[in-house]
Ligand binder design. Structure first.
Ligand code: PHE
Length: 370
């Protein structure tokens, strides 16, 4: 067969076949494969083009033109078929099963307040209902407000009893000038400096000490309350605290007042509440002796109350005249009471938590149970 005849046959075959081949392609990859069989690097038409130099000169031009025309025809047909296939695919997508937007998604977990924050609000509300104003104070405070004005003499053992975190100071500044407050009693000083009696104030927030065991954490929360007016007496203190503790723990939980010492009160006391975890207060305990076996026959000593049956929850007393002098109140005219307590201690009793660390570990598996 002559080169011309072969060329003609190739052109004829390609022209006869491509249209059916394109129609038979059901999707884009199949169509592209079919197209490659004609115009790809090894395609029929491409191969014919390569045969051109072998054609006799007189026919080369005419045959070349026909080959080019066919190639363009195939390219147009390919583009058209591709367009059709893509449109059909899009149409199928649009008319097929739609995205079900009514399917409920994965709900975002809602945040919630930490149990200690909730308890703090509850305690503030309780005192608010008794007529106490709510005040706030800073966590970093002056040495004066935390110690001196409260009647702690310089180098009083209480300052190392409370083992304070002092803030770092630039050279030349007293290294004990500012500190992380060790108690909320700083707010007593701040409010009394700001206001004149009569006043009744509560305040709650974080306090810091170098303590860390089952019942102590280096950061914990306190709530402080105090009241100053003419004629305020210890019986007011007892009345307010007894009401408060009975509201909180129920009328049946034993409460005991013990004399105690704080530099800023005179007389001073501490209040213990019966341990709701072990109810060890039902067992007679003689101080200094091994605690008796706890109810329920457990040989273990309750970690929350250390087997004593009671948990100390607050300090209180009548505000010392020296404090009034430091804030410019007349100690001959005014008297007042103050109390301060650990909110976490109350939470331990309230929710039956044996380890303080659980409250500050922030494990949601634990916190969501409260
Ligand atoms: N500030 C004392 C403490 O943190 C508690 C207290 C407050 C005692 C008010 C008496 C009066 O231990």
């Amino acid at each position: 067969m002559t080169a011309v005849a072969a060329f003609e046959e190739g052109l004829g075959n390609a022209a006869a076949q491509y249209s059916d081949a394109f129609d038979a392609a059901r999707d884009e990859p199949a169509l592209r494969a079919a197209n490659a069989r004609y115009t790809g690097p090894n395609g029929l038409v491409t191969k014919l083009m390569k045969l051109m130099p072998e054609l006799p000169k007189e026919q080369r031009r005419e045959l070349g033109q026909r080959a080019n025309q066919l190639k363009e025809e195939i390219e147009r047909a390919f583009a058209q078929r591709l367009d059709g296939l893509l449109q059909a695919a899009r149409l199928a997508e649009l008319s097929g099963p739609s995205l079900d937007i009514s399917l409920p998604g994965y709900g975002a977990r809602r945040g919630y307040l930490h149990p200690l924050t909730r308890l703090k609000h509850e305690l503030l509300d309780l005192f608010g209902a008794l007529g106490f104003d709510i005040a706030e104070g800073p966590e970093v405070d002056l040495h004066e407000n935390n110690f001196d004005r409260l009647g702690f003499p310089a180098d009083h053992p209480a300052t190392d009893m409370q083992d304070t975190f002092f803030m770092q100071q630039p050279p030349g500044v007293n290294p004990r000038a500012t500190l992380l407050r060790t108690h909320t009693s700083t707010v007593q000083i701040r409010e009394m400096l700001r206001r004149k009696p009569p006043l009744a104030v509560v305040s709650a927030g974080a306090v810091f000490r170098r303590d860390d065991d089952a019942t102590h954490s280096p950061m914990f929360m306190q709530i402080e309350g105090f009241m100053v007016d003419e004629g305020v007496s210890f019986s007011h203190l007892k009345g307010v605290l007894t009401h408060f503790l009975q509201r909180l723990f129920g009328a049946n939980v034993p409460v005991r007042f013990r004399p105690s010492y704080f530099p800023f009160v005179e007389p001073g006391g501490e209040v213990d509440v019966g341990c709701t975890l072990c109810r060890g207060y039902e067992v007679i305990h003689i101080p200094g002796q091994q605690p008796a076996a706890l109810p329920g026959g457990s040989a273990e000593v309750c970690r929350a109350c250390k087997g004593t049956g009671f948990m100390e929850i607050l300090g209180c007393g009548m505000i010392h005249p020296v404090v009034f002098e430091h804030v410019g109140y007349d100690p001959e005219r005014y008297t007042g009471f103050a109390f301060g307590m650990g909110i976490d201690r109350i939470a331990m009793l309230r929710y039956g938590i044996p380890e303080l660390g659980l409250l500050y570990g922030n494990d949601p598996r634990f916190l969501t149970q409260l």
